[in-house]
Design a protein around this ligand. Structure first.
Ligand code: THU
Length: 134
């Protein structure tokens, strides 16, 4: 496992994905990029729907792309948003992250001015319900 997390590359990939997000209803475009255990990067943007409840977040789109390419261990997630305070991932995304998180998985959210929230999945979702229990 590579020791260093390439945050610059992750945020570049998240920004590029954010530019392709489809969010005409909320006008809140989100980009996310994740690092797998072997160093591969997968990105995703939020994709909304006229039937609002069908919308999917950037983070879960990135995770789906990774899983469908054969990667199930995520070391880090970078998120890009245009808000004064960088936003943390929603609860549904936290639970999805818990399914595929490598131990100590890091999460950073950055706004367009470069302000960052730096945290871990453990802090975002303590006492997570996972398959480890059954
Ligand atoms: N959204 C994300 O993509 N990621 C988050 O962490 C929070 C919310 C999306 C869902 C919806 O398309 C829009 O942002 C507004 O909630």
């Amino acid at each position: 496992m590579p020791a260093r997390i390439p945050w610059k590359e992750l945020f570049e990939a998240a920004s590029a994905a954010r530019a392709r997000a489809y969010a005409p209803y909320s006008d809140f475009q989100v980009g996310a990029a994740l690092l797998t255990e072997d160093g591969t990067i997968f990105a995703g943007g939020n994709v909304e729907n006229a039937s609002y409840g069908l919308s999917i977040c950037a983070e879960r789109n990135a995770i789906s792309r990774a899983v469908l390419e054969g990667h199930q261990q995520v070391r880090a997630v970078a998120i890009v948003v245009d808000t004064d305070t960088p936003t943390p991932p929603c609860g549904m995304c936290r639970q999805t992250m818990a399914e595929f998180a490598a131990p100590g998985m890091e999460v950073r959210s950055r706004n367009l001015e470069g302000k960052e929230l730096r945290t871990t999945l453990e802090k975002l979702l303590p006492h997570a319900f996972t398959r480890a229990f059954f």
